[in-house]
Design a protein around this ligand. Sequence first.
Ligand SMILES: NC(=O)CC[C@H](N)C(=O)O
Length: 303
Amino acid sequence: MDYQGLLEEVATHVAPHIGQGEVAQYIPALASVDPRRFGIAVADVDGTVTGVGDWEVPFSVQSISKAFSLALVLEQDGERIWRRVGREPSGNPFNSLVQLEYENGIPRNPFINAGALVVTDRLQTLTGDASTTMLEFLRAESGNPDLAFDQAVAASESEHGDRNAALAHFMASYGNLDNPVTTVLEHYFWQCSIEMSCRDLAVAGGFLARHGLRADGSRLLSPRQAKRINAVMLTCGTYDAAGDFAYRVGLPGKSGVGGGIVAVIPGRCTLCVWSPGLDARGNSVAGMAALDHFTTLTGWSVF
Ligand SMILES: NC(=O)CC[C@H](N)C(=O)O
């Protein structure tokens, strides 16, 4: 497969969209990122990695970390987490509070902020250090030992973290957090602040395309668990745009307000695209357009 030619064609096609949208403002340290950045990488299940544009430039993974924290909790703790978090699309923004009271402090899914806070809480209980566990996991899966937290982004998000604090306190009032709210928030912000490139994320997400196998052939998740993470990514990974993402791209995907989107073609490859300009629902404008064009050119959507 000539991924290089394919990715170049995608990059040419989306050029008019690069710079469209708004860079995330509510985390001030993210607001200074250049909106004209664009990169895309593909990690094939056979181990080859191809990219174009800014594919080796690190950016803030933000909510893409939610897919990896779910993988770690499923790996270490099996299906127990589903007693504390659902797996239905929320139809609401990623940081919405509104459903939590109606649904007794049980978040709709693990990929909205409330759900990810519950998953981080469980990972903290299981490991004693959720954010370091995730950083080490991502270093191992990406093969990049230099991955690090961005302390300025974590501090900035903590300073402006009233919304996430509200979600966490509210769930704690229902008994759906085991650790202190401040501990859960701190680890959640650190996880979101990890800096990775499209290359790093496409390689690290390879186990989702390999039905749970790591790059070296060892097993991280069962095929059933990998299938389930991909299913929740498809239905919930882009929040209240998950319907539009399925319509346009037709793949499991997980976005973050840093402008990255990871998408999985089970059995074939994992993609990561990055461009910081976001639409009103917090998904990369050029990233969505790139994945849309990629599956249109290849016919590799799951549909
Ligand atoms: N959608 C996102 O990427 C949101 C992540 C961000 N750290 C937050 O909690 O608000």
